[in-house]
Design a protein around this ligand. Structure first.
Ligand SMILES: [Mn+2]
Length: 241
């Protein structure tokens, strides 16, 4: 990798959405793809994006599923923006701080295949987007409720699922009585997130989670704004088995 590119990878940009997320047409939000390229193709056929529409991926475009590299190249071709997921975060961390993570075999394989266009795209991913006028915020994982959201680290916002009694962000299932972060988020802005796969889209008054576990045999979900319409494609199989 060229050193110049490497220097651009950290710190992650923290871009506000005013410029980028005022689409002329629809805003098409797509949940965690995880390399599920055929489901993504099918979803795009249904969404039928027009020139004036803006596509935003919620992160975790890569890993676990069949073809991460093609998903990255499709995202570029679509001129789509993307949030940084925990899977992209790990790759960037590995490049910036070699030895800081233990690579899984699928990550090592993917690293061998990424070219500079892929790295440029990965390094363009941001921690969040904001639509200040709509009081909406987009993030991969979520936020701690008691800390100003724009001060939260990449580690937190790409990974958080639950919060334990000490207020520490956790993975779902790590601590049995930890509450999900959205249960404590009773404030503006309205948060749209992915990362936690569930059978159905999960809504609260102030959040909506659209990771419906495509790579686990669930669905790939898109949310169309401003209509708040959900479009789903059934996964072809459970790719994890
Ligand atoms: Mn994730």
């Amino acid at each position: 990798m060229e050193p110049e590119l490497k220097n651009r990878l950290f710190p992650f940009h923290q871009v506000k959405g005013e410029e980028s997320l005022v689409p002329q047409g629809r805003l098409l939000i797509i949940g965690d793809v995880h390399g599920c390229v055929r489901e993504l193709e099918k979803l795009l056929k249904t969404l039928n994006p027009q020139k004036e529409d803006q596509i935003l991926f919620l992160g975790d475009l890569i890993n676990r599923g069949p073809d991460s590299k093609t998903v990255l190249s499709m995202a570029r071709t679509l001129n789509a923006s993307s949030l940084l997921g925990n899977h992209e975060y790990r790759l960037l961390k590995h490049i910036h701080q070699p030895g800081s993570i233990i690579l899984r075999s699928y990550e090592a394989n993917l690293l061998d295949n990424l070219d500079s266009d892929d790295w440029n795209y990965l390094s363009s991913m941001v921690l969040w987007f904001e639509q200040p006028n709509e009081k909406r915020l987009f993030v991969h994982g979520g936020f701690l409720p008691k800390v100003p959201w724009h001060q939260q680290s990449a580690e937190i916002v790409t990974h958080i699922q639950t919060i334990d009694k000490q207020g520490i962000p956790r993975r779902r299932g790590e601590i049995p009585d930890a509450v999900f972060w959205t249960d404590l988020w009773d404030q503006e802005p309205f948060v749209i997130y992915g990362h936690t796969p569930r059978q159905k889209v999960v809504k609260t008054k102030t959040t909506i989670g659209i990771d419906t576990g495509c790579v686990w045999g669930g669905h790939l979900t898109a949310l169309i704004l401003p209509e708040f319409e959900i479009v789903q494609v059934k996964s072809k199989k459970n790719y994890i088995k």
